[in-house]
Ligand binder design. Structure first.
Ligand code: C2O
Ligand code: CU
Length: 565
């Protein structure tokens, strides 16, 4: 493979959205950030210069980083943050993945604006497992915040309160024409009057109008690489009057299927083929939250963009509208997700030697005297797995502590299963289930163990969808269901033939998901909910996968320029 060098300067830049101009954290002054491209087997070396006033790290979400946890990125898990004025070379070897993955900041809430697509084409000389599209585009579903996102998690951690919501969703950085304050009319009107706009400046003006627009040709097929980069919400996405053919997810291919809409959780990527097979016109592309945490606050705005056909036709006053499932459309979300399959028979571990069962909960805690409480009923929020609320170590990352044998940074007591069995998804669970302990606990896995994890959502406080992401691996989702996982019945219904390969799995609302993988990537790897407010409250844990015996089964040496704490 080829080696590609990139320079990423993390710095603040000023952007205007919703008639509000503010400084946001960016890479190279772009929002969304730059798209990286490579072929399978290539290597990326990304030199990150921190010219911001915050600590920063970057994560290559969906890249396995085989034997190289040093470049994985989560702050205080695999590295110390890059401090202002410093730099670090990330090395990403793309041996396993093909399709769309992405990169984002992995410190504080910086990923709200510091993110971008990472596209991996098939090896030179090989092809997509579908007809070659006429063209392809990344579609990044993001959001615009009025607040300084870097302040939110600190506040939420201190007060235990509900973090703020964003002001609007965006598609490729733009909230769309549903917002009255987009100034679209003004810019275009001035241009028409003056009549001196050359094409380039017209394009520039249109680029400021607040709506992302994509030009297509009738009869052609396009590949859209859709990324959910929002912090806290699952999203429904659709394009008016067009069906979408889903062909990939999280840098793995799927058996193609068609759908009128898609549901994508934070952290996931979905590749779709779009056939421009309708009469030439303007069609809307829309994304809106799918929330099943009934009663909890969420952003209920709709982001829009336009797919515009080339050609001569009567331009509609407003584009054809995309029908989206209702925000609480759990059925629509399930119907969509259950169609995921691997395109061929998958090498799923058929026998398991390491059985793990993790409960995933949002908790409400009594206040202690040293902590203010801004949660409901004068309490504070926390979140946990197996009743442990994960705390980042304060002064050294877990990977270095493990590699250099520094004691006192983490403990190895993350349990195989929750401390007590209960009816996880029942109504009105008793209060004694509501008190997690806090800790930096890891679970040790033997090299090459074949692992199954049942991720069990709970109704402690409130049930929710939790997109669970594992660093360093992809896994097979062999089963999903509502309610409590039933060990006597559910395993017999597993798909061990062609389950989808994913890196971020949506655990159903008040339900469970079963995943399997082989622990063949030694290192320190974070498992966490990709809903940022949940991980801020402690919904995560860490695996420590031991080295194998052969030299090819050991963690690589740390890079020389690894940031210091
Ligand atoms: Cu996409 Cu740990 O993150
Ligand atoms: Cu969650």
């Amino acid at each position: 493979g080829k080696i590609h060098h990139h320079k990423f300067v993390v710095k603040s830049a000023s952007f205007t959205r919703l008639c509000n101009t503010k400084e946001i954290l960016t890479v190279n002054g772009k929002f969304p950030g730059p798209t990286l491209e490579a072929y399978k087997g290539d290597e990326l070396i990304v030199t990150v210069y921190n010219r911001a006033k915050y600590n920063i790290t970057l994560h290559w979400h969906g890249a396995r980083q085989v034997r190289n946890p040093w470049s994985d990125g989560p702050e205080y898990i695999t590295q110390c943050p890059i401090q202002p004025g410093r730099r670090f070379n990330y090395k990403i070897t793309l041996t396993n993945e093909e399709g769309t993955i992405w990169w984002h900041a992995h410190s504080s809430w910086a990923r709200a604006t510091v993110h971008g697509a990472l596209i991996i084409y098939p090896k030179h000389g090989s092809h997509y497992p579908f007809p070659k599209p006429h063209a392809e585009f990344p579609i990044i579903l993001g959001e615009w915040w009025k607040k300084n996102v870097m302040k939110i998690p600190g506040d939420a951690n201190i007060t235990g309160g509900e973090p703020t919501l964003s002001a609007a969703f965006t598609i490729n950085g733009e909230p769309g024409y549903m917002y009255p304050c987009s100034k679209a009319g003004t810019c275009v009107w001035v241009c028409v009057c003056v009549c001196v706009c050359v094409y380039a400046s017209l394009r520039k003006i249109l680029a400021q109008t607040g709506t992302f627009k994509m030009m297509v040709e009738q009869g052609k097929t396009y590949l859209f690489r859709i990324i959910n980069a929002v912090l806290d919400e699952n999203l429904f996405f659709a394009i008016a009057k067009h069906k979408l053919t889903i062909v990939g997810k999280d840098g793995c291919y799927l058996k193609p299927f068609t759908s009128d809409y898609l549901m994508i959780t934070p952290g996931q990527t979905i590749d779709v083929l779009f056939e421009a097979n309708q009469p030439p016109s303007h069609y809307s592309m829309a994304s809106r939250a799918h929330s099943s945490a009934f009663g909890a606050g969420f952003d209920n705005t709709t982001a829009t963009a336009i797919v515009e056909y080339h050609g001569i036709y009567h331009t509609p006053k407003s584009p054809h509208l995309s029908p989206l499932p209702p925000y609480n459309g759990t059925q629509a979300s399930t119907d969509f997700t259950k169609q995921f399959r691997s395109p061929v028979k998958a090498p799923v571990p058929q026998k398991v030697d390491t059985h793990l069962f993790f409960t995933i909960s949002v908790n409400l805690l009594n206040c202690s005297t040293d902590k203010p409480c801004a949660g409901p009923f004068g309490k504070r929020f926390a979140a946990s797995m197996n009743n442990i609320s994960f705390v980042n170590p304060p002064s050294l990352d877990i990977l270095q502590a493990y590699y250099y044998g520094v004691a006192g940074v983490f403990e190895r007591n993350f349990p195989r299963k929750p401390p007590n069995e209960f009816n996880y998804t029942a109504e009105n669970l008793p209060a004694n289930l509501l008190t997690p302990s806090f800790g930096t606990e890891v679970r040790v896995l033997e090299y090459n163990a074949s692992v199954e994890i049942i991720l069990q959502g709970t109704n402690v406080l409130a049930a929710d969808n939790h997109p669970i992401h594992l660093h360093g691996y992809s896994f097979y989702v062999v089963g999903r269901g509502f309610g409590n996982f039933d060990p006597s019945k559910d395993p017999s219904r597993y798909n061990l033939v062609d389950p989808p390969e994913e890196t971020t799995v949506g655990v159903p609302h008040n339900g469970w998901a079963a995943i399997r993988f082989r622990a063949d990537n030694p290192g320190v790897w974070l498992l966490h909910c990709h809903i940022e407010r949940h991980v801020t409250w402690g919904m995560g844990m860490v695996f420590l996968v031991k080295n194998g015996v052969s030299p090819q089964a050991r963690i690589l040496k740390p890079p020389r320029d690894l940031p210091r704490c």
